[in-house]
Design a protein around this ligand. Structure first.
Ligand SMILES: Cc1ncc(COP(=O)(O)O)c(C=O)c1O
Length: 405
């Protein structure tokens, strides 16, 4: 007979303690507010489908066809050849020439990030990560036992990276430079001079750049150039997906492209070796990658225009709230306002207070690596402008009360 042991909980690993993803974690708070009978307006997650945008029909048709045609088995771990060709052709057309055998299809940008960090970084190493950052980078580093070396991006200069700070934070333990451009959570788009300076810093240090380009085609002034197009021989690994620019986040269809420099050959082999272990990313969705990159993109300018209208409502309304400022986003669907907090209060106090009083759910800046007392928080402005206006009415009223008590 198997004897049940004591009631002691099964132990979990210590790395879980360092793993944090505030964008999802904060939902637990929202559920409590919902349980109390109040409606919650979710401005925490960057999912355009949740806000009523729709996936282009030709992508759905491609996945449907793939499934009906019986493409429901495992596919090669690096992805189906036609999707890898389509990504390589798209990068090459955009000025970063890569061959299809340097492309790996991944479960979203997220898996690309995880594969690359796992392949490049050891426990105890450091990776340069912007603040504020997209939190997956720090979460994966915590899992690996490595450390983020935070470099500053500056709200007084449209959230551009502080190049001196990047330089200052490089040490012999630095293994990579993460660049998120266009940026989540700030909506910044970096000018060519900043991009060239960042490439120069990484090349001089002999470290690779991990270029998160998931919002390249969601910039309001039109697609931004790929970072690798400025320096095709630099050590750059680029990540993107169908999640944002092709409105299919739930499909988990993404890719990474490893720059043509021979210095990256070992990194490519390491990524491919690790990709073998998870068999493949979802197969039928890879057929949509081909359809997306080779097909009609007319939804993109429409999407960008809709987002720009929402960005304008957001910055106009937020900058009119006493005690609040917000830099104008130039891409994507995020804004990172700052509220001047009374002494002793934190960004989490503001965000949880706002949630409880109004049902509006945002994410506090500390979840993106910002100091909690600075009062930053992130808004996802995907919902329709009239809904945003109602939300900002409530936010203004709450902020007035919060700042006066
Ligand atoms: C900067 C950034 N990188 C990566 C991701 C993950 O995207 P995916 O759905 O492609 O995994 C996101 C999602 O919000 C993001 O904002």
């Amino acid at each position: 007979m198997v004897r049940m042991s004591s009631t002691t909980s099964i132990r979990v690993s210590s790395r879980v303690g360092g793993f944090s993803y505030a964008i999802r974690n904060i939902v637990a708070e929202a559920r409590k507010v919902e349980a109390s009978g109040r409606r919650v307006r979710y401005l925490n997650i960057g999912d355009p489908i949740q806000a009523g945008f729709t996936t282009p029909p030709h992508l759905i048709a491609a996945v449907e066809r793939a499934m009906r045609d019986g493409h429901n088995g495992y596919v090669p771990s690096a992805g189906i050849p036609e999707a890898r060709e389509a990504v390589a052709a798209d990068y090459t057309r955009r000025g970063m020439p890569v061959a299809a055998d340097r492309v790996v299809l991944t479960s979203g940008t997220s898996e690309g990030i995880e594969l690359a960090l796992s392949a490049l970084v050891d426990a105890g190493d450091e990776v340069l990560v912007p603040t504020p950052t997209y939190p997956l980078y720090t979460a994966v580093l915590a899992k690996i036992g490595a450390r983020p070396a935070y470099y500053r991006t500056d709200p007084a200069r449209d959230w551009l990276p502080d190049l001196d700070d990047v330089k200052r934070r490089m040490t012999p333990a630095t293994r990579a430079l993460v660049i998120i451009d266009p940026n989540n959570p700030t909506g910044a788009v970096y000018p060519e001079s900043t991009r060239r300076a960042l490439i120069d810093l990484a090349e001089r240090a002999g470290i690779p750049i991990l270029a998160d380009e998931v919002y390249s085609d969601v910039a309001f002034a039109g697609p931004t150039p790929l970072l690798g197009s400025l320096a095709p021989d630099a050590a750059i690994i680029s990540f993107s997906s169908l999640s944002k620019a092709y409105l299919a986040p739930g499909w988990r269809a993404g890719w990474l492209a490893v720059g043509r420099s021979e210095r990256l050959d070992d990194a490519l082999a390491a990524i491919r070796k690790m990709a073998d272990g998870r068999l493949c990313s979802p197969g039928p969705m890879q057929y949509a990658v081909t359809a997306a990159l080779n097909g009609d993109r007319s939804h993109q300018p429409e999407f960008a225009a809709a987002l720009q209208a929402r960005a304008t409502v957001t910055t106009t309304r937020l900058n009119a709230i006493p005690g609040m400022r917000c830099v104008t986003p130039r891409a994507a669907f995020y804004a990172m306002p700052q509220v001047t907090l009374p002494p002793g209060r934190t960004d989490e106090d503001y965000v949880l207070g706002l949630l409880k009083a109004t049902g509006i759910l945002c994410v506090y800046g500390a979840g993106f690596g910002m100091p909690a007392e600075q009062g930053f928080f992130r808004i996802v402005f995907l919902v329709a402008p009239d809904v945003l206006n109602e939300i900002y009415d409530d936010m203004a009223a709450f902020t007035r009360t919060f700042l006066s008590t």
